[in-house]
Design a protein around this ligand. Structure first.
Ligand code: F6R
Length: 358
């Protein structure tokens, strides 16, 4: 059977801003991010010790904080706080390094928390393509990781996340293993070749996932740690690219509440697809939790899709699993006749809020 996802002409006419092309280019984006990290202006804070780092940011930019925190939290000896709010937590003081991450540089929650950080005398390392955050960098002489403009923030995650991660390693705030980076980049390079548009739907796992979801609601179950962040990213990408409602949860917390919720409303949940990450390296306890949970709740769903997690290092696992969801969400959009790029409701909301500042 031919799939609309193999009709390259149709894809081109629907995907007018080429979100699929941006996804296909993910490996190159990561390579460019390595160069951005090398030239980042960080002289002012090199060699400084901080008692904690706070990574600020919302939506597509905010995911930088989620993924970095989940990658390093077992190893760092200082707190790594992710802030997705107007308010900087009270314990963040001038001994902390604050990283405002905003692709546009104009997101008001990020700017508000950044102003509070400035007021408390915190050192800043800003990650942006421009906007008000770049103005703050110039005005107060703060450090900057400047990423290219012209993307949707969620489509610039390779730039935002990877350059920040590498700069934090250069600053010796986090430890990054060269072999892990090599493994992750090799794996992503392979995956880019396997998931691109000219690989037929029957052999392209990203297209297969999109087709398995079809017109049903995806619920994603991650595992506490990197695969929890990735489950959240899949949910966000199904929302923003595919314009689908989507929900997520994580093991083992969901075993204390969410699992019980799959009881009533079967006529509705039978249109849901449950997506579960399967990591062979997970502990036996987690494996039993997943197997038992699926046995107990499987009748509530249209189907369960188990996604094998690839890679040895946390970085390779996180990036390869995330990338599959990112590109599958674009294929899901196209399969349902949706242009993946526009996020009109976000634009309307930001405009309404901007009126309050006039
Ligand atoms: C849009 C997107 C959004 C934005 C968010 C914050 O593609 O991903 O989730 O990331 O509205 O805006 P920025 O990233 O410019 O700070």
């Amino acid at each position: 059977m031919t799939s609309i996802l193999d009709d390259l002409k149709e894809i081109k006419s629907l995907d007018t801003e080429d979100m699929l092309g941006i996804e296909e280019n993910f490996y190159n984006q990561l390579m460019e991010a390595s160069r951005i990290a090398e030239v980042a202006d960080i002289a002012k804070i090199k060699g400084r010790k901080f008692s904690g780092i706070a990574i600020l940011g919302m939506g597509g930019s905010g995911f930088t904080g989620d993924i970095i925190k989940s990658l390093v939290m077992d190893e760092v000896d200082i707190p790594v706080e992710v802030v997705k709010s107007y308010q900087l937590p009270g314990f963040v003081n001038k001994t902390w390094l604050v990283l405002p991450v905003s692709y546009s540089g104009n997101t008001e929650e990020t700017i508000s928390a950044t102003s509070q950080a400035l007021g408390r005398g915190c050192e800043l390392l800003c990650v942006t393509s421009g906007g008000k955050i770049e103005e703050i960098v110039r005005k107060y002489g703060k450090c900057l990781i400047k990423v290219p403009s012209g993307f949707q923030p969620r489509g610039a995650l390779g730039y935002l996340f990877f350059s920040t991660y590498l700069v934090l390693a250069n600053l010796k705030i986090i430890k990054v293993n060269k072999d892990d980076i090599e493994e992750a980049l090799d794996l992503i390079k392979k995956k880019c070749a396997l998931y691109k548009r000219d690989v037929q739907a029957s052999k392209n796992y990203a297209k297969i996932i999109a087709a398995e979801i079809g017109d049903r609601l995806p619920v994603i179950y991650g595992i506490s740690g990197i695969l929890s962040s990735v489950a959240y990213r899949w949910k966000c990408e199904f929302n923003e690219n595919s314009k689908f409602p989507s929900f997520w949860d994580e093991f083992s917390e969901l075993n204390h509440n969410g699992i019980v919720g799959w009881g009533k409303l079967k006529e509705i949940t039978s249109k849901f697809v449950l997506i579960v990450f399967k990591d062979d390296a997970a502990s036996d306890k987690i494996k039993v939790r997943i197997e038992t949970t699926l046995r107990l709740i499987k009748d509530n769903f249209y189907k369960i899709i188990e996604i094998p997690v690839e890679g040895k290092s946390k970085l390779a696992k996180a990036l390869s699993t995330m990338y599959l969801g990112d590109i599958a969400s674009v294929y899901l959009a196209l399969l349902n006749g949706v242009n993946p790029t526009p996020v009109d409701k976000i634009v309307v909301l930001k405009a309404e809020l901007a009126k309050l500042d006039k």
